[in-house]
Design a binder for this molecule. Sequence first.
Ligand code: F6P
Length: 325
Amino acid sequence: MARRERIAILTSGGDAPGMNAAIRGIVRCASSEGIECFGVEDGYTGLINGNLRSLDSRSVSNTIQKGGTILCTSRCPEFLEYEYRNKAYNVLSAYNIDALIVIGGNGSFAGMNQFSKDFNFPCFGIPGTIDNDLSYTDFTLGFDTAVNTVVSAINNIRDTMTAHNRACIIEVMGRHCGDIALYSGLSGGAEIILVPEMKLDINGIVKKLQKYRIKGKNSSIIILAEGVCSCIDLKEKILAKDNSIEIRTVKLGYLQRGGTPSMFDRVFACRCAEKAIELIINKEYLSRVIGIKDNKIFDMDTDKALQLESKFDYELYNIAQKLSN
Ligand code: F6P
């Protein structure tokens, strides 16, 4: 009797809400196709060290609503070296694994792509990062949840800033990408949104804050993407121009990476999972990444996907500018 096909799943890089929903979706779709699943603990580090465990439909029960990743994750610079990728390949061969699914971001996909090329090994990527910094896809898993968390924080901070007639700089994550700042700033009604894709203009910021004060606004929210500078640095720069502005800072940090995934991230995760299993069954490709465009799930060659230019939404940014009066 032919042996059952086997796949391995790992989560890599920063965790993102929806990763568990994706793992669960993969395991359940695979199981209904008679494919066996193994979960790799701690991302590429666990793959190199042979930390694999069998996953079945029951082992992913009660996980769709959980943030973080049940498989745990890591940042693994060793995977850049062939020697360690070779170790990982030996582990997958020892377990008779036929394909690997990686849920992660840019760096994780680059590692996956190289691994696939080194050993002609079928690898499939599901975009999982709160940063939304993968150009080939409209959204990444976890971004929607993270933005909702930031918006809820803005609401709370707005209350107390209004009570005291203050301005507040809220620093958000995103690495070199301004999407968390842009989407949360627009939907949270921020007065100023600062992203690394636009030049920082301190004089302009100070003028705006002064204008808002004259116009009678009793609070100002400045959403600052971490890729621009730190909230402490920005506060100092503003006060150096006008020290009469009463300004506070909040760095939201890891708060925005945890938490139960939103409906969007759960549905997106389930759709990506189903697509990954479809690709594995069809056996057409060696290295593909899955994404969403105009609400349609699609897959594309990993090399091509990683070469695409940044997709910052200047239209949305301009709308935010218009609405911030
Ligand atoms: O990539 C996700 C992310 O949360 C970024 O927004 C942030 O810059 C980085 O990870 C933080 O990384 P670490 O968890 O290693 O501190």
